[in-house]
Design a protein around this ligand. Structure first.
Ligand SMILES: [Fe+2]
Length: 291
């Protein structure tokens, strides 16, 4: 079977149309992995999907799943398919959990009901974005890493670590990770400081990609504390320049029922347009890849 593929958006993304049976699980895995390596963003259209189908499909390409700390889980998925529900407003561009040492390799979305208007998932190719940044800005981001601060309450870090994880398990994990310092409060919440580069190497091809959580984290709790690793401020001018460079690179996934998206989190940033339609139903999974 060969896939019917067309370009998607301004970057390397691709849209795969159904040619044969509507069972996405019958698509040839080797062709999908080859496509994903070069595209970084693949949307499958015309198939019959559900949270369970997405979980099964993603499972063919993944070693394990990771959870988002904010989203409710879907019954029967062992907690690894989640409803995308946090608010209805605009979501700033970000690489998933790139503000933490738990950054997954890939994101999966499937659409059951699109919003009548708005609610598109947005994507930006971090490789093209890095190419577009001014040389001086690139030098700055090469010289200085980003420093994020977060607080995880007891129930939140358990989602990351899996059910039954103890504080000792968390400490063992965190102690081994480069860039992490942390402090455990008397109430078992954890303050985490995480230092990581703004420009990362893509998982496939080792290209430089500006794929990080800079823009989204500024709006979050403790976002004010974010800085470069030497403590210097990341100015509004710097942020505006990045946002300006992103404008022409923005790709919008206008969801059709059944659409399934597979996104390389080492390459693409994603976000979302605002919407008001309460019937919108999009599901997501985060995973670590097996290829
Ligand atoms: Fe996200």
């Amino acid at each position: 079977m060969t896939l019917r593929i067309e370009p998607f958006g301004s970057g390397s993304g691709r849209l795969v149309h159904r040619e044969g049976p509507d069972d996405i699980l019958q698509l040839p895995a080797d062709e999908i992995t080859a496509l994903f390596k070069s595209a970084g963003l693949v949307i499958f259209r015309g198939f019959t999907t559900s949270p369970q189908v997405m979980h099964d499909f993603a499972g063919r390409f993944s070693t394990r799943f990771n959870r988002d700390r904010l989203r409710p889980v879907v019954a029967g998925s062992d907690g690894y398919v989640q409803m995308v529900t946090e608010g209805m407003g605009y979501v700033e561009p970000h690489a998933e959990q790139a503000n933490s040492p738990f950054r997954p390799d890939a994101l999966w979305f499937c659409c059951s009901v699109p919003a009548a208007e708005g609610g598109e998932t947005l994507a930006w190719d971090g490789v093209r974005l890095w190419e577009k940044l001014r040389p001086e800005l690139k030098q700055l981001f090469r010289n200085k890493k980003l420093r994020f601060f977060q607080r995880y309450s007891n129930d939140k870090w358990q989602r990351f670590m899996g059910n039954g994880a103890t504080l000792a398990d968390v400490q063992t994990t965190l102690d081994g990770i480069e860039g992490v310092s942390y402090y455990v409060s008397p109430d078992d919440s954890i303050y985490l400081e995480y230092v990581c580069p703004a420009v990362v190497k893509t998982r496939y091809g080792g290209q430089d990609a500006f794929a990080n959580s800079l823009l989204s984290e500024r709006k979050n709790t403790l976002g004010d504390l974010m800085s470069f690793d030497d403590g210097s401020a990341i100015s509004d001018d710097i942020v505006s320049e990045v946002q300006e460079a992103m404008k022409e690179l923005e790709d919008a996934i206008a969801w059709h029922p059944g659409d399934l998206a597979f996104i390389d989190n080492s390459r693409y940033l994603h976000g979302r347009n605002a919407y008001t339609d309460t019937r919108r139903k999009i599901f997501s999974s985060l995973s670590f890849l097996n290829f």
